[in-house]
Design a protein. Structure first.
Length: 425
């Protein structure tokens, strides 16, 4: 259990960090202020405010993360009239820090009850100072001033010129696409590392390797590593899939293999050993797929395996939307945790394969044109490109709200279904 928990946190952490770093990097390249880069959700544990203006936060629940860009829909900052704050004013009489938290105090802070603010355009804050309601006092706010939020997290304010909507359409489109793009790149790297960890790339051909220990049926019969099994009981076996399908039904049955060794063909007779697998008895002779140990093949395998997995996942997605939808086809954090347990039993290779699989899943799901997901944001960018102007803020906010409500409902249903699948039934 401890191993599974650690593996789950590491795998989920890598997925989130890589995905959110894509958004983070391209947002900053586009001149957008990233106010917060958070790993995890919920209450903050620790945070560090970098010199680049970003606050890096580690939060309690290791089930996600986010990049909080200035002016984006998930970046809400409003000092309502009546809010008590304290101000730190610099040497030029300009506010450098605004404290709204009871968990933090400012040395020499000026108490102020807010009456109005403008922290986007003209950059000022005004209110009743020291409880004196006879006069409203206004202070200018520095462009790079910070605000300490109610939970004690200190962030930069978000002036209009560094907000996400102020960036060009192309930069916003790239920022939205960068998260899924990074997940595809992560899958490629993970598959490369997996091939390296297992000693090479499985070829998928009818050329085989013989297990060395313990002595197997194939080894006893004289089958050698490097042999090509051309046929099983006269049935042609042009690749590994056909070879497996031909041997498995022949448990405990005398079987003749047609083998090519160094250009010469010969017959080898053996009896596949019967073994239980998923409730069925299947024939096994103790062979595995041959491997290409060339470094070039290992590097290429990252791309080919990512492409193969992507096609399989799109096929599964099409199966769902074509009328065969079931909650069992989906999985949330509970399902991922349960599957992590199975992956850890296969060691590093299993974990890397699982990481690549999840990363491609995350990329594809995020690219679906659902409001609140990256794909929904990209769709709005494309609509803006066609209209040559963005949708109104109210329309876009309404669309996003519907998307969020749909995703929350779906996540609740999926999570409950996962709990029933893995822990109740």
């Amino acid at each position: 259990m401890i191993t599974t928990i650690i593996a789950f946190i590491i795998v989920f952490g890598i997925l989130v960090i890589v995905h959110e770093f894509g958004h983070f990097y391209f947002a900053k390249r586009g001149g957008v202020l990233v106010r917060e880069f958070s790993i995890g959700m919920g209450p903050k544990l620790v945070y560090h405010r970098g010199k680049d203006g970003t606050t890096y936060t580690l939060r309690l629940l290791p089930v996600g993360g986010y990049v909080r860009m200035a002016g984006a829909e998930d970046d809400e900052e409003e000092l309502k009239p009546g809010t008590p704050v304290s101000l730190y004013v610099g040497a030029d009489s300009t506010v450098e820090r605004i404290n709204t938290s009871k968990k933090s105090t400012l040395f020499n802070g000026i108490p102020l009850e807010v009456t109005a603010t403008d922290l986007e355009n003209d950059l000022w804050i005004e209110g009743y100072e020291n409880g004196d309601e006879s006069a409203v006092k206004r202070y200018s706010v520095a462009h790079d001033a910070t605000i300490i939020e109610s939970d004690g997290t200190e962030l930069r304010i978000a002036p209009r010129d560094v907000q996400f909507p102020s960036a060009s359409l192309g930069r916003r489109l790239m920022t939205n696409f960068a998260g899924p793009m990074n997940n595809i790149l992560l899958a490629i790297v993970a598959f490369m590392l997996m091939s390296l960890a297992q000693g090479g790339v499985v070829t998928g051909t009818n050329q085989i390797q013989v297990s060395g220990s313990p002595v197997t049926v194939a080894q006893k019969a004289g089958v050698k590593t490097g042999d090509k099994i051309l046929a099983v009981e006269g049935q042609r076996t042009k690749d590994w899939t056909a070879l497996s399908e031909a041997i498995q039904p022949r448990a405990n049955k005398r079987t003749t293999l047609t083998v090519n060794r160094n250009g010469k063909t010969q017959k080898i007779t053996l009896t596949p050993q019967g073994q239980k697998s998923n409730g069925k008895t299947v024939g096994m002779i103790g062979i595995t797929q041959s491997q290409d140990k060339n470094i070039g093949a290992i590097l290429v395998s990252g791309f080919t395996q990512t492409w193969t997995m992507t096609k399989l996942l799109f096929g599964a997605l099409w199966h769902m939307v074509s009328g065969h939808f079931s909650l069992n086809d989906l999985g949330g954090p509970v399902a991922i945790f349960a599957t992590t347990s199975q992956a850890t039993q296969l060691g590093l290779v299993g974990i890397l394969n699982f990481l690549a699989f999840l990363s491609i899943n995350l990329a594809i799901v995020n690219l679906l044109p659902i409001p609140a997901l990256d794909g929904g944001k990209i769709l709005l960018n494309l609509i803006e490109a066609v209209r040559r102007k963005p949708l109104s803020e109210n329309v876009e906010a309404g669309i996003t709200l519907v998307g969020v409500a749909f995703l929350v409902l779906l996540m609740l249903l999926v999570t409950w279904n996962d709990i029933e699948r893995y822990f109740i039934r």
